[in-house]
Design a binder for this molecule. Sequence first.
Ligand SMILES: C=CC1=C(C)c2cc3[nH]c(cc4nc(cc5[nH]c(cc1n2)c(C)c5CCC(=O)O)C(CCC(=O)O)=C4C)c(C)c3C=C
Ligand code: FE2
Ligand code: FE2
Length: 383
Amino acid sequence: MGRLGVLLLNLGGPDKLEDVRPFLYNLFSDPEIIRLPSPLLQAPLAWLISTLRAKQSQQNYKKIGGGSPLRRITEEQAQALRSQLVQNGHDVQVYVGMRYWHPFTEEAIAQIKRDKIEELVILPLYPQFSISTTGSSFRLLDRIWQTDPELQKIKYTVVPSWYENSGYLQAMANLIANKLDQVKDPSTAHVFFSAHGVPVSYIEEAGDPYQKEIEACAALIMQKLNRPNPYKLAYQSRVGPVEWLQPYTDVAIEELAAEGVKELVVVPISFVSEHIETLEEIDMEYREIAEHAGIETFARVPAPDTDPTFIQALADVVIKALSDRPIPFSATIQPQKNTKLYPQERWEWGMTPSAEVWNGRLAMIGFLILLLELWLGRGQILQ
Ligand SMILES: C=CC1=C(C)c2cc3[nH]c(cc4nc(cc5[nH]c(cc1n2)c(C)c5CCC(=O)O)C(CCC(=O)O)=C4C)c(C)c3C=C
Ligand SMILES: [Fe+2]
Ligand SMILES: [Fe+2]
């Protein structure tokens, strides 16, 4: 075996308040997050949305200490994973490549080349696959690989998703069990999975397996937990005026409260580290909604971070990937090139003169609504 590396992929987050706007610009420049009818519009729209959204977003980051903890936690995970793999007999370097902020994926790749890595496992820190997260990072890497003969010499494999890994399910079940044991009635409290949402068009038009994987993941965790508690799955963090996966977390909380549920144990399911959507959105925004609705216990299960069972699970995923047949970027799910990811049919530019006028007007209205919503950060937007 040659020099071994593991590349951990994550989204990245602003380290400080000044980073928020350029971070948002990078995020909205990604056609896997928002795809416009003309690639020429991508950069101006990304500039506009990031500028309009930055203030609201900064306020949220301020509430969690002035920046995202994602980089620190991901680097701690990388360190813990390296130690675990070394203990398991694998001499390995672990790298962190973020999609939209430092340390960027490109920086990690440059280091991998300097270290003359010969065999590489590419492991996204998203247990479930979505074209907006893992898919976006794989497409970036694929582009980098195609233009670099040096990288093409590396024997690499990707891990598209790993939510079925038994150690990961056990780590999640342990964290939930600990929290359940702290509530008033551990046998009746509702286990409430809050997954990150995506627009419905990702699933229905672009073929994103994300919803199926999330649903399967929640069911497998409940099997591992092996307790009689009822459970519910809902989707958080929607952005913009289009339809996202439902039920929405805020609505589902209110519905459970109306049914008389008093205790919720809330499980963030799409993330393996604490960040703005756990620390601000769940812990502050959804907690407030739950309390207003009459929920008496709102206990949030921590993200796995560097939990030892979880880190061992990541090590197992890496070791399995090394012995399995390598999976290239091209074998993972790629959305159709002309799939409109967002904001859907409002952007249908007609080819006939009359349709063109009407579609143009509709597109302008849709565009203005989108900007207004993103700017105000309210209405259908929760963030
Ligand atoms: C606009 C579309 C977005 C989609 C689709 C989306 C999917 C998605 N995101 C995560 C995980 C993270 N998202 C984070 C930040 C973030 N994401 C969006 C938008 C979309 N995400 C925005 C605008 C932001 C910035 C924060 C804000 O302005 O509110 C982060 C980083 C958080 C941090 O601590 O900095 C993560 C992680 C998943 C898992 C996902 C789909 C499955
Ligand atoms: Fe979000
Ligand atoms: Fe996001």
